[in-house]
Design a protein around this ligand. Structure first.
Ligand code: UFG
Length: 327
């Protein structure tokens, strides 16, 4: 298939693009490079453009005869979404509405959308199944939920077939650790701990040690980027027969912040300073996925069920690229 990868120069989009190519698809990366890295896009068609630009997006969809769109171009910082909600509604909701309009105008029906565990807020039931009540506690989560609902309404018109994939904590590096995390500024736990281990930052801060968990720190479900991307291929295929799909993507195993720190220590062989600080607003204590639905309905399997292999791939990416994609 010819697939427009919106945000294909970013962390998840670039891994997805590489996987699409490997699997015989023809991806076209569409990215405004506001966050992504041109050098993360290797040997595929690249179009610099903004998915909020209706005319140019329609033109691009038509020019490349696109069959499906995968959308990875959202803003993803929960904290920033609290201080800049309008920016989040603009980029994540308004521009995605424009993208759906462009698809409609160009006659492209298939859409794979990156959603998030943040749509569940602070759920009472763990692990989380897809039908748990949606109660986002951040503008970020709200914007993703709004797009999910918009897709639902649009698909009822018969002009959209869509898959919503709710990611838990995407991490690690794909394609022999060539494609990894390089967010600026970085806010994600694993790359920050690795920076501490590499001596690029003085310490790693633990945000909260008084959570109702065994060691007092937050528990998350870390899912390797290649496993995540594999589910997109399966969902894309299933769009032939299924016009609406919603799946959680996680391993189902939770690791605490302290366990992640210990794993980086073990894999890197480095020690570094750890500072215990206050909770970060908006962090639920425990988020783990029940991904049974993706496993049974899509036949999804994961190759990186444990954290050590995930951290190993991330460590390789960061040590091979000490200055990220600028290396
Ligand atoms: N954390 C620290 N210190 C840090 C950074 C993070 O203790 O320096 C903690 C956080 O408080 C949290 C855990 O590490 O408990 C993971 O934090 P991340 O920022 O790496 O990831 P989040 O779980 O906050 O968010 C991720 C994605 C979001 C997505 C969310 C869904 O980044 O886009 O998962 O649960 F919405």
């Amino acid at each position: 298939m010819r697939i427009l990868v919106c945000g294909g120069a970013g962390y998840i989009g670039s891994n997805m693009t590489a996987m699409l190519t490997r699997e015989g698809h023809k991806p076209v990366v569409f990215d405004n490079l506001s966050k992504g890295h041109r050098t993360a896009v290797k040997d595929v068609e690249f179009v610099q453009g903004d998915f909020g630009d209706l005319g140019f997006t329609v033109q691009t969809l038509k020019k490349y005869n696109i069959d499906a769109v995968m959308h990875f171009a959202a803003f993803i910082e929960v904290g920033e979404s609290v201080t800049e909600p309008l920016r989040y509604y603009d980029n994540n909701v308004s521009k995605t509405r424009t993208l759906l309009e462009a698809m409609e105008k160009a006659g492209v029906e298939k859409f794979v959308f990156s959603s998030t565990a943040a749509v569940y807020g602070m759920p009472d039931t763990i692990p989380i199944t897809e039908d748990v009540v949606k109660a986002p506690i951040s503008p970020y989560g709200e914007t993703k939920w709004a797009v999910e609902r918009m897709c639902g309404f649009q698909s009822q018109t018969g002009r959209l077939r869509y898959a919503v994939l709710r990611y838990f904590n995407a991490c690690g590096a794909g394609f022999n650790a060539a494609l990894g995390e390089d967010h600026r500024p970085e806010s994600h736990l694993i790359p920050l701990i690795i920076q501490a281990a590499m001596g690029k930052r003085d310490n790693i801060k633990i945000f909260g040690t008084d959570y109702p968990t065994e060691d007092g720190t937050c528990i998350r479900d870390y899912i390797h980027i290649e496993d995540l991307c594999k589910a997109h291929l399966l969902a894309l295929k299933k769009l032939e027969s299924e016009s609406e799909q919603v799946y959680n993507l996680g391993n189902g195993t939770g690791y605490s912040v302290r366990q992640v720190i210990d794993t980086v220590r073990k894999i890197s062989g480095k020690d570094f300073s750890v500072i215990e600080t206050d909770r970060r607003p908006g962090d639920p204590p425990v988020l783990t996925a029940d991904a049974t639905k993706a496993r049974t309905e899509l036949g999804w399997t994961t190759d990186y069920p444990n954290l050590e292999a995930i951290v190993e791939s991330a460590w390789k990416f960061h040590t091979d690229h000490p200055n990220g994609y600028e290396s």
